[in-house]
Design a protein. Structure first.
Lengths: 133, 108
């Protein structure tokens, strides 16, 4: 008798958990991982970690290391380059594309996703003139 | 005799200032995204050699007031060096790896 009660209680508990789980699934908003907005936000994190030193918080080429360099780091709010070329500069560095040697190559340091996100962030920065994220 | 000593003393003093102070080389390795030592104690005229022992590039630089420099980006096995020119503390970083930091304490 006691065993039966235990089994019934266990079955009821499992049903309750299953129902709760189903409910949660129905109400869950899809993770924004693959949206453009999320890519820009992630790219902002990459930018503030690796790029801000030279290009500055606002992307205007006035980071704290900029004083050492001639030519100055690029003002990314006015960049004339398309996404493909930006990705190339990021991966290969300035030397790899015949530009300033002060721009390091990031291809070994950043993942493909990070570079993609960074380009998304830079596209938004160019469009709005303000860093997003 | 007396005049010889009078001549020798300033000559020796001049010579002692003209003789170069022995300069040392200090090697700092970059391995596993870290500098091999947190602090190097050195003197003016010494050279610090930064050797990349990682499989990826490093870019060592300093923005310190006493001496700023940028050694550019360099790959595994390569060495870049900086000669210490002024007294003070030089804070050294890597442009590619923001967590890498060390100091050089430069005395006269």
């Amino acid at each position: 008798m006691t065993l039966t009660r235990l089994v019934v209680a266990a079955v009821l508990a499992m049903s309750a958990v299953a129902m709760a789980t189903d409910g949660a699934t129905d109400e869950t908003v899809p993770a924004p991982r693959d949206t453009q907005a999320a890519s820009v936000v992630r790219g902002g994190i990459v930018y503030r970690t690796y790029c801000v030193l030279c290009h500055g918080a606002e992307g205007r080429g006035d980071g704290r290391a900029a004083k050492m360099y001639t030519p100055k780091p690029a003002n990314l709010t006015e960049s004339p380059f398309n996404d493909v070329y930006k990705e190339l500069i990021i991966r290969r560095g300035g030397t790899g594309v015949g530009r300033s040697a002060y721009m390091p190559p990031w291809g070994d340091e950043l993942s493909d996703e990070q570079i993609h996100d960074l380009v998304s962030f830079l596209r938004e920065l160019r469009k709005t003139g303000q860093p997003a994220g | 005799m007396n005049s010889r000593i009078r001549f020798l003393v300033p000559a020796l003093m001049l010579l002692s200032t003209a003789l170069p102070v022995h300069a040392d080389n200090h090697t700092v390795s970059q391995v596993k995204k870290s500098f091999s030592v947190p602090v190097v104690k050195a003197k003016i005229g010494d050279t610090i050699e930064f050797r990349n022992d990682d499989d990826f590039a490093h870019n060592v630089f300093s923005l310190s007031d006493s001496q700023s420099f940028d050694l550019g980006s360099y790959k595994k096995g390569e060495v870049r060096s900086v000669k210490l020119a002024t007294e003070g503390v030089i804070e050294v970083e890597c442009a590619i790896h923001p967590d890498m930091k060390m100091k050089i304490e430069v005395k006269k």
